[in-house]
Design a protein around this ligand. Structure first.
Ligand code: PMP
Length: 407
């Protein structure tokens, strides 16, 4: 199905504004996506009609809020094809989901001399929690190298993995390069040594079909705000058996069965990991993001984004001084680049003056930038509401900027 992009754009109020006197072109979707009307209305609607704390109330509003809240959990289960709702844990975001695993699974099961594997292209949120854990446990953090195109070198991964590997935590799609990693093959290999696998799906969940049962990953983490949903809300999927074996994350209300001063018993999953009043409004509104994606169809969204990416890549290559960063065969949505002789930040500021929003810098992937010998890149990242006409505008602006140093 070909999507009607103008109709889709009409659903996003934020897109219809001028920046520095120019129509906004929003190409910073890997940082966060914009929110359709339905999500904004659901947020407001919750506070206007249903505001109540969930799970414990006997009254009508509490019951209604609880039902809406739990409906989103069910939709997320369907969205990633988890076996059961109980395997869906609400968090603040991908960052908290990874930290949850590090401080519960990690604290319990990682011991001295164990190894944790990550890749060169991880986001800081999939590096630092493991470094902290390894320091505490005297475990080793090992890094899978990548090639010059920004792809994992699979043979090197095969050399690194061993009986000592207890966990592999790997990004599904790189936020800085757009590379799609062969997570299925990595998971298969991990099973052969009994290692668990966490997939960082912050960037993949909005572009690729996710089926956690088919992938057979042990954990899958993502953020609502990259899926046309609210900020400060994320998901951790975990297999029941593993979640049950893990100690709680935070202590407090919601996560207990019974408390006495002598001993506390904990709730069953997922509530064991959801201490305190959660982000109720945002969870309820996230339902509308999932419906938005479902109505359009993930594969239709991806087809449109793929078309934009190959169109943009081909056009930008014609610009003298254009240096692509990340030229993997399997890519989605992200075009990272530099302009010969120019600092990425300066390029970003000049594009902003034309109403074009891109991200510049290290994209929370400093070790990856070091691998390429770069301080940073300019990153244009596309979403379902972007158009070829917007790309033409960007290409024209970048061509002008590049001319300053590339006559
Ligand atoms: N991993 C990747 C690949 C990301 O792109 C991001 C967000 N930029 C994160 C993790 C962290 O997500 P959040 O900030 O929503 O917790």
């Amino acid at each position: 199905m070909t999507l009607n992009i103008e109709e889709i754009r009409a659903l996003f109020p934020v897109l219809h504004q001028e920046v520095h006197g120019k129509p906004l072109i929003y190409f910073d979707n890997a940082a966060t996506t914009q929110k359709p009307n339905a999500v904004l209305e659901a947020l407001m609607g919750y506070y206007e009609n249903d505001n109540a704390n969930i799970h414990r109330g006997a009254h009508t509003l509490a019951d209604r809020a609880t039902r809406y809240f739990e409906k989103t959990r069910k939709s997320i289960q369907d969205f990633i094809n988890a076996k059961e709702e109980a395997e869906i844990i609400f968090t603040k975001g991908t960052t908290e989901s990874i930290n949850l695993v590090a401080s519960t699974f990690g604290r319990k099961f990682i011991t001295k001399g164990d190894e944790i594997l990550i890749s060169t292209m991880e986001h800081h949120s999939n590096i630092v929690p493991w470094q902290m854990l390894c320091e505490e446990k005297e475990a080793m953090l090992k890094v899978i190298p990548i090639n010059d195109d920004g792809e994992i070198i699979f043979e090197e991964f095969e050399k690194l993995i061993s009986e000592k590997t207890k966990l592999i935590s790997i990004v599904h799609v790189s936020n800085a390069l757009g590379t799609i990693n062969p997570v299925k093959n990595i998971i298969e290999k991990a099973k052969s040594v009994g290692a668990k696998v966490l997939v960082d799906g912050a960037q993949s969940s909005s572009h690729l079909e996710i089926d956690v049962q088919e992938l057979d990953c042990d954990f899958f983490a993502f953020s609502a705000h990259k899926l046309y949903g609210p900020t400060g809300l994320g998901v951790l999927y975990g297999k029941r058996q593993i979640l049950e074996s893990m100690p709680p994350y935070q202590g407090g209300g919601e996560m207990i069965k019974e408390v006495t001063f002598q001993k506390t018993t904990y709730s069953d999953i997922p509530f064991k990991f959801e201490a305190g009043t959660p982000n109720i409004a945002d969870v309820i509104a996230f339902q509308k993001s999932l419906e938005f994606i479902q109505n359009l169809g993930k594969s239709n969204i991806k087809n449109h984004e793929d078309e934009l990416l190959s169109y943009a890549t081909a056009k930008m290559k014609e610009i003298k001084g254009f240096i692509p960063v990340g030229t993997a065969e399997q890519k989605v949505s992200v075009l990272s680049f530099n302009i010969n002789g120019m600092h990425p930040f300066d390029v970003g500021v000049m594009l902003d003056a034309q109403g074009i929003a891109v991200r510049t810098g290290h994209h929370c992937t400093q070790p990856l930038m070091q691998r390429f010998g770069l301080e940073g890149t300019v990153r244009a990242s596309f979403s379902v509401y972007n158009t070829k006409a917007e790309i033409d505008q960007m290409v024209a602006s970048v061509a002008k900027i590049a001319k300053i140093k590339n006559k």
